[in-house]
Write a protein of this length. Structure first.
Length: 278
């Protein structure tokens, strides 16, 4: 058994090698490269032996999203100094081809070339896609840094997100959720019922189980993004897990905001009644 003091020392070393400034420089480089479609710069921040995945598929970088210039209306990044990982949300609502992009990057301490970059990229026809709606809903939210004395532990932040996903397969799970009691699903607000005690009650299915969860946690901003496979999202694919990303803002050990980004195979995810962007 490794002594606890040694474990703490190892954690400190990892954190020291992945300071926020180091990770922030990498997310800023990624966003600048994506804005102009500079895939050469993108290549500079990924290890040559690593693969780049879009919506679950290994793709050639010169023939994929990093090579396409995108007019970015808004971007937000989350920096995990413990896991040496980042998450970036890009909303391109006024681009001639609107997109919402969620990108997750993993690094080794001190190495500016990612060992993994994966993106969930959505556009027209994906789950409730509406980039203008996403942009408008995001504009009314506040994602400022949380004062240190009010920050939750990594375990609490992750636990809140896990309760959300656990609830999909177990009706007895209680999801700690407060005001304003909605989630941004695609580009639409899915409202719950805010009780007098300040608890948000949302409707969930109870028979969906997620085959994997990959996290990026930022205590300073109370943020956690989780990449999951979402079974049954596309009705033409039976129970095949679809690429999905959920970004949470946690305050006071409760969900405050949720942004979902879910890709499908067929147009409208096999749902002919799904609203389309205007």
């Amino acid at each position: 058994m490794i002594p606890s003091i040694l474990l703490l020392s190892l954690a400190a070393i990892v954190s020291a090698d992945c300071p926020r400034s180091f990770l922030k420089n990498l997310t800023e480089t990624y966003v600048r490269a994506q804005a102009v479609g500079d895939y050469d710069t993108f290549l500079s921040i990924i290890n040559p032996t690593s693969g780049y995945r879009e919506n679950g598929f290994l793709v050639s970088i010169p023939d994929s999203m990093p090579a396409i210039p995108v007019h970015i209306d808004f971007t937000r990044s989350v920096h995990d100094t413990v896991q040496c990982a980042t998450f970036t949300e890009i909303i391109a609502a006024t681009d001639p081809h609107p997109y919402v992009i969620h990108t997750r990057m993993e690094f080794s301490p001190g190495d500016p070339q990612a060992r993994l970059i994966e993106s969930v990229i959505t556009d027209k026809g994906d789950w409730y896609f509406n980039a203008k709606g996403t942009l408008a809903l995001n504009a009314r939210e506040s994602w400022e840094a949380i004062p240190k004395e009010k920050q939750e532990s990594r375990e609490v932040i992750r636990g809140v997100a896990d309760s959300y996903f656990d609830r999909f397969g177990n009706a007895s799970v209680v999801v700690p959720w407060g005001a304003p009691c909605y989630r941004v699903e695609g580009g639409f607000a899915v409202n719950g019922n805010l009780t007098a005690s300040g608890d948000c009650i949302q409707e969930f299915p109870d028979s969906i189980y997620f085959p994997y969860r990959r996290y990026v946690i930022d205590q300073e901003y109370g943020a956690v993004d989780v990449f999951v496979g979402f079974p049954g999202l596309d009705s033409t694919e039976a129970d095949k897990p679809m690429p999905d990303s959920h970004l949470f803002r946690v305050e006071g050990a409760k969900i405050k905001y949720v942004h979902t980004n879910s890709a499908c195979v067929s147009d409208g995810c096999g749902n002919a009644t799904m609203p389309q962007p205007t």
